[in-house]
Design a protein around this ligand. Structure first.
Ligand SMILES: NC(=O)c1ccc[n+]([C@@H]2O[C@H](COP(=O)([O-])OP(=O)(O)OC[C@H]3O[C@@H](n4cnc5c(N)ncnc54)[C@H](OP(=O)(O)O)[C@@H]3O)[C@@H](O)[C@H]2O)c1
Length: 280
């Protein structure tokens, strides 16, 4: 198994690479082209952007300039809070597709749950899937309560929930809930934005396997069965983050990493975002 051939099955019948490439704060056409080229050459096939990142145009241009065939990649984008609502969501996704220079994305996510347009936005997502603007629909930053609420009216449920997930925020109950509901959990900030890399436990485990702490964390995600999307703008790290398929963590090492949990977020608390109607 390697990064290029390792896919997860989604509940709607589609497939998604388990490991992908995060594009938040990958800015400027030159950096975008170099990062996407390094990632594609290293075997990454999933690329994760969002309306909020302001780089969809650069992402689309990079694929064109690098002559990467559309059918070789899996592209995710996300609808921002201020574009939620039935008509607004559809109009914003058409605009995203124009910028990305493609006729569909593979996965479309609601970026954050917000109360104002909770059900209308999802209805738009279901209709956009039917219309072929996206192959799969999912959500991001949804907690158990948001998914349960969505289920009261949804015609189809999200197949992916992209959440903040790393050794300082292990989210075990939500992982179990998603798994029971056939929702694939996808980890954002899988490296905790670097915050966790200095942990002694990780250094010790990394030494045993002749790997880096970042590789140990990504291997932990892999063995947990979740999808994960590390970001880097450095070719050596991009390659390193893909080189995690040639070693295995023991059950004891997995448990030691689980024990780092401190309920520590690097991003927003979803419940507050829901109440405020935007990231605060
Ligand atoms: N849905 C959401 O609300 C949401 C929120 C945040 C992020 N995301 C998505 O998740 C992706 C990943 O999250 P993230 O970018 O916040 O954080 P991350 O992937 O956990 O960490 C990225 C940071 O770690 C560094 N890094 C990467 N590989 C490394 C390595 N091998 N060794 C040491 N340092 C390393 C990077 O630096 P360099 O770039 O300098 O190498 C960068 O500073 C984003 O790009 C975005 O696509 C989604």
């Amino acid at each position: 198994m390697d990064i290029k051939t390792n896919y997860l099955d989604l509940a709607d019948g589609n497939r998604m690479p388990q490991e992908g490439f995060g594009l938040y704060k990958v800015d400027g056409q030159e950096t975008m082209n170099a990062s996407i080229k390094s990632a594609y050459d290293a075997g990454y096939r999933l690329f994760d952007t969002a309306q909020l990142y302001g780089n969809e145009q650069e992402v689309g241009t990079a694929f064109k300039e690098l002559e990467i065939p559309r059918d070789q990649i899996f592209v995710t984008t996300k609808v921002a809070e201020n574009n939620q609502g039935y008509d607004q969501a559809i109009a914003s996704v058409k605009e995203s597709l124009k910028k990305l220079q493609m006729d569909h994305v593979d996965l479309l996510l609601v970026h954050w749950p917000i109360e104002r347009a909770f059900f209308e936005t999802w209805r738009a997502f279901e209709d956009m899937k039917k219309a072929g603007l996206t192959h799969s629909i999912g959500v991001s930053n949804y907690q158990m309560i948001h998914l349960q609420y969505l289920a009261t009216k949804a015609r189809e449920m999200p197949v992916v929930d992209q959440i903040e997930l790393h050794p300082l925020l292990t989210q075990k109950p939500l992982l179990k809930f998603n798994q029971d509901q056939q929702i694939v959990t996808q980890a954002w900030s899988p490296l905790g934005r670097g915050a966790v890399l200095g942990e002694e436990v990780l250094k010790r485990i990394a030494d045993v396997h002749h790997k880096s702490p970042a590789q140990v964390i990504l291997r932990w995600h892999l063995q947990n069965g979740v999808s994960f999307i590390p970001k880097s703008v450095h070719a050596a790290r991009i390659q390193q983050n893909a080189a995690i398929y040639d070693f295995t963590l023991t059950d004891d090492e997995m448990a030691q990493i689980d024990a780092l949990n401190k309920y520590q977020r690097t991003g927003r608390e979803p419940e507050l975002t829901y109440e405020y109607d935007k990231q605060y």
